[in-house]
Design a protein around this ligand. Sequence first.
Ligand SMILES: [Zn+2]
Length: 273
Amino acid sequence: MSPERMATNPALPKNGVVFLMYHELEIPGRPLCQTEAGYSRYVVQEANFRSQVKWLQEAGWRSLSVSEALASEQPNGSKSNAVAVTFDDGCESDLLSAAPILSGAGYHATFYVTVGYLGRRGYLTPPQLRELGALGFEIGCHSMTHVYLTDLDERGLQREIREAKAELEEILGKPVKHFSCPGGRCDARVIQVARSAGYNSVANSRVHENRPATDNFDLGRVAILRETELPAFQGICRGDSLWKIRVGDSLRGAAKQLLGNSLYDRGRAFLLR
Ligand SMILES: [Zn+2]
């Protein structure tokens, strides 16, 4: 992307802010939205999420929504002890579990919602989504149907990015400014459609801190997984263990490129059986 098209973030600290990426939380006794192994890898147990928030709080970290992370002015230009907290997909556990735990700590977050999932079993209903917004949490868009955007033609991109935004705004009665890509799949066409649809940012799942020079349409995020233990979580928040995750991701990225999305997913499902 050419430098003049970039929207950068002078408010971010030089050493960057890590954007955490969560999905469904597992509440004891409550069935998950989906059951395959590839899915539950991304499901964090509620007790672990609670421990992570407790550690952040005790260690004096702040938790920001995407808008706050990109816009807020910080004393001394320093935001080094802040993370941005994001959730993808719009599972009901956003409201039942994540929201009360975050609110209890006075923490903010952004919930990216798959519009076509609203009202399905295990996902938020439109009234629950409004309730989540009314609690002060930011709502972003995570596409209409959760397809890989890089596989779509122009018509498909418009539906998944622009029409999903309009539908979400209709439900919420206010503007939706931030978009996150299903499966982290993003390219220049996705960014162009998101930009022209009026979003202020696009988040993917590339593992990097977001710094003053980071483009708002290339926001990296780090997935917190079921297996992520507290010391690893602390390393992620501090940014000092991201290189290890990047090594693993670049190997997986090479496999995806070699095999294509659908073959890669079938291979992954096979290996995780
Ligand atoms: Zn997703």
